[in-house]
Design a protein around this ligand. Structure first.
Ligand SMILES: [Zn+2]
Length: 84
């Protein structure tokens, strides 16, 4: 069992494997990720800060997606997206 901190509500929760989002925030998580993907389609090579500013989310949240492995982050900018 692992104690995780949800990237959206910052609540602690327990899960079997390491996670970044609690069960209550799954919808928010998917919505945010969809927004990031859409944004990067129009503005590739955006920085985490630009993403956060434009999409009204925190840089922390954006960087958590990177830590999670859902976003590729190189040389300070998002260069490519993982296909799903
Ligand atoms: Zn949450």
């Amino acid at each position: 069992m692992v104690v995780n901190v949800c990237k959206h509500c910052q609540r602690q929760y327990i899960s079997v494997t390491k996670g970044f989002c609690c069960s209550r925030c799954r919808d928010i998580d998917d919505m945010r990720f969809a927004q990031i993907k859409a944004y990067l389609k129009y503005y590739p090579n955006s920085s985490a800060y630009q993403l956060a500013e434009s999409l009204n989310m925190t840089v922390y949240t954006v960087l958590k997606y990177v830590e999670e492995g859902r976003l590729q982050f190189g040389r300070g900018r998002f260069e490519q997206l993982e296909e799903d």
